[in-house]
Design a binder for this molecule. Structure first.
Ligand code: 6PG
Length: 256
């Protein structure tokens, strides 16, 4: 049984889940800016966050944040051009970044379309280090917020079951070949994710119910269920889920 201390917040609808997640984002960003004059966030990809990002870009949430004090990064990216329909960057640009008052400077795109993916990973790690003003081969950066999704196979970011990146213990960003997709990705590693001040999963849909129950309440098996690797060493972990995704989770594991 997994023993990490976590909070699973279950919502009757995906819209309600996104609204409460948006409220949390506003709170976390404002607290970070008050404490350190800026907010560093790692955006997740896939389809679930799109509506969440759209909410952040509309009142009241949009008007409650100091967008000019934020830095945006990605947790993973597919090996496609930034204008490709599958690009996580393109999705976040369309749903959020093009709709809020920010310049291009604080938008740190993950260049996963590059042929030399290992070079691209090292360059992205160096870009993160510059932004955090830390050494590129020192201890990992501490993001104020890392957003994550989860696949039906229990993957998160591009940390897929039985793939090389699961074992990375020193780099912050690595290329990762995903056999089931027969494609390469760039992904942040558990080392960086687990160093964050706050990690927020957004998981919705009945198709995630089986894997969510196994990740949260099943025996530890992170090779098979990589989302189990996410356990911030000195930060908070919160799961925002809808009732469909939580349908196989025992009542005691969730709070309404
Ligand atoms: C990606 C994501 C990935 C995503 C899950 C869930 O690039 O695909 O980063 O980790 O969060 O696959 O995706 P959905 O939200 O589309 O179900």
């Amino acid at each position: 049984m997994l023993t990490i201390a976590l909070s699973v917040r279950k919502f009757a609808t995906v819209e309600k889940m996104n609204q409460l997640a948006a409220e949390a984002f506003v709170r976390i960003s404002n607290d970070a800016i008050t404490a350190r004059t800026r907010f560093t966030v790692m955006l997740s990809g896939g389809s679930t966050p799109r509506r969440f990002y759209e909410l952040l870009a509309t009142p009241p949430y949009r008007d409650q944040m100091a967008w000019e004090k934020m830095d945006f990064f990605w947790g993973d990216e597919r090996s496609v051009r930034p204008d490709h329909p599958d690009s996580n960057y393109r999705m976040a640009r369309e749903a959020l970044l093009n709709e809020v008052p920010i310049s291009d400077g604080p938008v740190h795109r993950m260049p996963a379309e590059r042929a030399a993916l290992d070079d691209a990973a090292r360059e992205y790690q160096a870009e993160i280090a510059r932004s955090f003003d830390i050494h590129p081969y020192g201890g990992p950066p501490r993001f104020d917020l890392i957003l994550l999704g989860m696949g039906t196979d229990g993957h998160t970011a591009s940390l897929f079951p039985h793939t090389h990146a699961l074992k990375e213990s020193s780099r912050w960003v690595v290329p990762n070949y995903v056999p089931k997709l027969d494609s390469y990705r760039l992904t942040l590693t558990p080392l960086v994710i687990n160093h964050a001040a706050c990690v927020m999963f957004l998981v919705a849909g009945a198709n995630k119910a089986e894997s969510l129950a196994r990740v949260i309440a099943g025996p530890a098996d992170p090779e098979k269920l990589p989302a189990q690797l996410i356990n911030p060493t000195s930060g908070s972990l919160a799961w925002f889920v809808d009732t469909s995704a939580a349908s196989k989770l025992a009542k005691r594991r969730t709070s309404a």
